[in-house]
Design a protein around this ligand. Structure first.
Ligand code: CA
Length: 224
């Protein structure tokens, strides 16, 4: 089960959100004070954070910046003023989404799911997102089996482990063919092409694997 950290000083609101998240199959943890949030995240590694902007102890902006210095965990920033969102976007804090109060708990759950799906990580029991099972070498996208070959699975798992990191064809080849068997460097291109086609068949428009012209490939969770 995925763990959502709710950072919110209004306890009643936090409790309502927690109820809805629980009903949607998530586990949640609540922190009501800004101090200690970054340390908690470092220690507990939640799957997503709902972060209120105005908090006692430490404000959400500082916390967000701090967390981004060591983690790419998805962060949804919660503000009480819609005008604030433009300013926050301009500050490039690295949050993944913004929600304005008052909101419906249903909307919060929908945003949580959408952000988790975009971030490419495994999501809830409703089978959304990309899920890799290393032991069975089986990958599912939005609940559908991608039916990958062993080489395709290895490539995907390797790229997936470091989102945004660009790997050259040589690096990928070393990874996939550690016995240094002589393979044409177009081999990687052809595996990637098949992998993309399989993902595209399940989820039209899916471009989680991007080519970086003249360099190689990277796994890029969609940004909204
Ligand atoms: Ca607040």
């Amino acid at each position: 089960m995925q763990r959502i950290l709710i950072v919110e000083d209004e306890q009643r609101l936090a409790a309502i959100i927690a109820d809805y998240l629980h009903a949607a199959g998530f586990v949640s943890h609540w922190l009501g004070d800004g101090r200690g949030v970054a340390a908690w995240v470092r220690e507990e590694r939640p799957d997503l954070i709902l972060l209120d902007l105005m908090l006692p102890g430490r404000d959400g902006m500082e916390i967000c910046k701090d967390i981004r210095s060591f983690s790419t965990v998805p962060i949804i920033m919660v503000t009480a003023r819609i005008e604030e969102i433009d300013r926050l976007l301009g500050l490039e804090l690295g949050a993944d989404d913004y929600i304005c109060k008052p909101f419906s708990p249903r909307e919060v759950v929908a945003r949580v799911k959408a952000v988790l799906r975009r971030s490419g990580g495994p999501t809830t029991a409703d089978g959304q997102g990309l899920v890799l099972n290393e032991s069975t070498m089986r990958a599912t996208l939005d609940g559908c089996n991608l039916d990958l070959t062993a080489v395709e699975f290895k490539l995907l798992a390797f790229l997936f482990a470091r989102p945004g990191h660009i790997y050259s064809r040589d690096q990928l080849m070393e990874r996939i063919y550690p016995d240094q068997r002589i393979v044409n460097d177009r081999t990687i291109d052809s595996h990637i092409k098949k992998l993309r086609r399989k993902m595209e068949q399940v989820l039209s428009g899916c471009d989680l694997i991007r080519s970086v012209y003249g360099v190689g490939y990277k796994f890029e969770p969609e940004q909204g």
